[in-house]
Design a protein around this ligand. Structure first.
Ligand code: GLV
Length: 398
């Protein structure tokens, strides 16, 4: 897609629509699916929509800034790129495109342990903006070697994901037979053949692999799917003792990702974490979980004075970022939004996704009568029980 035509792509959802045309069903399913019936996935969206930001006019709003301080440095936006596993299977080269876009826009980029580009390669692209996401391994030597490598690569912020004690049931992946290398059934072969640009780019780039993990040898590097990798390699023993050992070994900032309760947030503070990401992993781990935005206010109230509280899960617009900030998030993340950008239109699409967020945030700030995000006021949460969908329709149309 030409750069100029991106001007006619105003929403993340429009990038998603393009991605859905360009990417085969099998890898798209991996990106978009939630767990189980996908109730938690939908709930993230519905709960965000219920957060109402009340406009405030009669203010001078000419000089608005989206700059946000976090961990002693200034980012240009309050949103960063969440780690996404297996991203290069969705479109070849996505990890690099996202790292570049993050560097250029001065926002953090989280590289997943199960990312498809080596940690050391990404650190050369975005040395100042790379955060490393750690899945704690069954073998300590793998975990602590990853920490050492991340430190040597210049990473300052470590994101330890704690919401994958076991693999979750991803129904679309099971049905589609998503594994690497892809083993085409007749239906899958047709799916791939109907996406020639993807097929051509993928054939040139070669099969995506868990590159950061390759040095630990088979079967880790050769795990055929995320589920298999989780089952064989990620620990189900991640208690406070192991987290403390990680804290002691990691010289930089430690952020625990996947916190959904005040109790776990308190434990994160006791362990000595510097921050948490309130997250239900984009609805991908536990279908009965609340939306991240629903638990954010109580968690931020409990630990916000001691920890940097961040949030991801379902964020698709600048309004969503403002919603999260209004409920106590110091910083916000999204994974799929940026993958949609890059898969739809390459590096320009990744940059465009960040620009969409920036424009929305600046517009929203003008409506809210603020020039700086620290001036954000608490929002109202619509009571789902008292607001029927008819009423919602009326409000939306007004
Ligand atoms: C990877 O972390 C995933 O949720 O698929």
């Amino acid at each position: 897609m030409f750069k100029s035509s991106l001007q006619k792509v105003p929403r993340i959802e429009d990038l998603a629509l393009i991605t859905r045309r360009r990417v085969p069903k099998i890898t798209l399913g991996y990106l978009e699916s939630g767990t189980g019936e996908e109730v938690a996935l939908r709930r993230n969206r519905e709960a965000l929509d219920r957060v109402l930001l009340v406009p405030h006019y009669l203010k001078s709003v000419g000089a608005r800034s989206t700059q946000t301080r976090l961990f002693g440095r200034t980012y240009d936006l309050p949103i960063g790129i969440s780690p996404v596993g297996l991203a290069n299977a969705i479109w070849p080269g996505i990890d690099k495109m996202l790292a570049e876009a993050a560097r250029n826009a001065n926002v953090p980029y989280g590289l997943s342990t199960v990312g498809t580009t080596r940690l050391e390669t990404i650190s050369e692209i975005a040395p100042e903006h790379l955060w490393f996401q750690l899945y704690v391994a069954q073998k300590d030597e793998v975990t602590f070697d990853l920490l050492q490598r991340a430190h040597q690569a210049g990473v300052d912020v470590l994101l330890v994901t704690v919401d994958v004690p076991i693999s979750s049931k991803r129904v679309r992946d099971i049905r589609n037979g998503f594994q690497l290398p892809l083993r085409p059934s007749p239906t899958m072969a047709l799916d791939l053949a109907l996406h020639p640009a993807w097929l051509f780019a993928s054939a040139r780039a070669g099969m995506p692999r868990f590159e950061t993990l390759e040095k630990y040898g088979p079967p880790g590097a050769g795990a055929p799917s995320l589920a298999a990798y989780v089952a064989d390699h990620i620990t189900d023993q991640l208690g406070p003792d192991l987290m403390r050992r990680i804290r002691d070994a990691w010289p930089g900032k430690l952020v625990i990702k996947g916190i959904m309760s005040v109790g776990a947030a308190e434990e994160a503070a006791e362990i000595g974490a510097d921050g948490i990401v309130v997250s239900n992993h984009g609805g991908r781990q536990f279908d009965a979980a609340p939306a991240a935005i629903e638990v954010l206010p109580e968690i931020a109230a409990a630990v916000g004075a001691r920890l940097s509280v961040m949030m991801d899960s379902g964020v698709r617009s600048g309004e969503d970022v403002l919603r999260a900030v209004s409920l106590g998030a110091e910083f916000v993340f999204s994974g799929r939004s940026f993958v949609y950008g890059a898969a739809a239109a390459g590096p320009a699409g990744a940059a465009h996704a960040l620009q969409i967020f920036k424009d929305d945030i600046l517009r929203g700030m003008a409506q809210l009568g603020i020039t700086d995000l620290t001036q954000m006021r608490p929002s109202r949460i619509e009571d789902a029980a008292t607001c029927t969908s008819e009423q919602k329709g009326l409000q939306a149309g007004s």
